[in-house]
Design a protein around this ligand. Structure first.
Ligand SMILES: [Mg+2]
Length: 199
């Protein structure tokens, strides 16, 4: 094994009004920060957040996209994007500080863990001005990670992959931002034979 012992990670997911970040925007976001201790094989959870977001005035909506996330049932006015970004900044800073305290050597950069994470990352950049330099440029896709680890070839079927990696996983919270964050972390931990620890 190479690399740092303590890896700060943030698992983040958005529910959006469609699939094109240029015109569609996030309406729900959740994240959990965690430290992956590669020696102890633990992923210890830190901050957990979940917000609905107010929609920008120039946003477009894709009815199919809204249906998938059950927008009509689940959305209510929440934070403006800039308010949410303040929380995200605070939590990423705290995560970085925590890994700095844990590490004997130079601390590892914060890594963004998600399912097709470039999608969520582009949404943050486009609508919220989030900068890529605030976390490592290697975005970690749990599906690719687990497909390689558990021997599934592309194209990946998410349901099959979940059954393979997390047998018996309850996916009733799929397509909610917080539910997808929990799944991301469980997949990430499985890929490294680690246990998710919720202190
Ligand atoms: Mg999602």
């Amino acid at each position: 094994m190479s690399g740092a012992r303590y890896i700060p990670i943030i698992s983040l997911d958005t529910e959006t009004t469609g699939l094109e970040p240029a015109i569609h925007a996030p309406w729900e976001i959740a994240w959990t920060t965690a430290i992956h201790d590669t020696a102890e094989r633990t992923v210890t959870l830190m901050r957990r957040r979940e917000f609905t977001l107010n929609l920008p005035s120039d946003v477009r909506t894709d009815p199919v996209g809204l249906e998938i996330g059950r927008f009509a049932e689940r959305w209510s006015p929440g934070l403006d994007g800039w308010q949410m970004v303040e929380w995200l900044r605070v939590d990423v800073d705290e995560l970085r500080d925590e890994s700095f305290l844990s590490a004997d050597e130079a601390p590892a950069a914060v890594h963004f863990v998600g399912a097709v994470p470039q999608f969520d990352h582009r949404m943050l950049e486009r609508w919220l001005g989030w900068s890529h330099r605030l976390w490592h440029y290697h975005l970690i896709d749990v599906e690719t990670l687990c497909a390689g680890r558990f021997g599934m070839t592309p194209p990946f079927d998410t349901v099959e992959l979940t059954q393979l990696v997390l047998p018996g996983w309850d996916d009733s919270e799929k397509h909610t931002a917080a539910g997808d964050v929990r799944w991301n972390l469980a997949m990430y931990a499985a890929a490294y034979d680690a246990e998710v620890v919720d202190p």
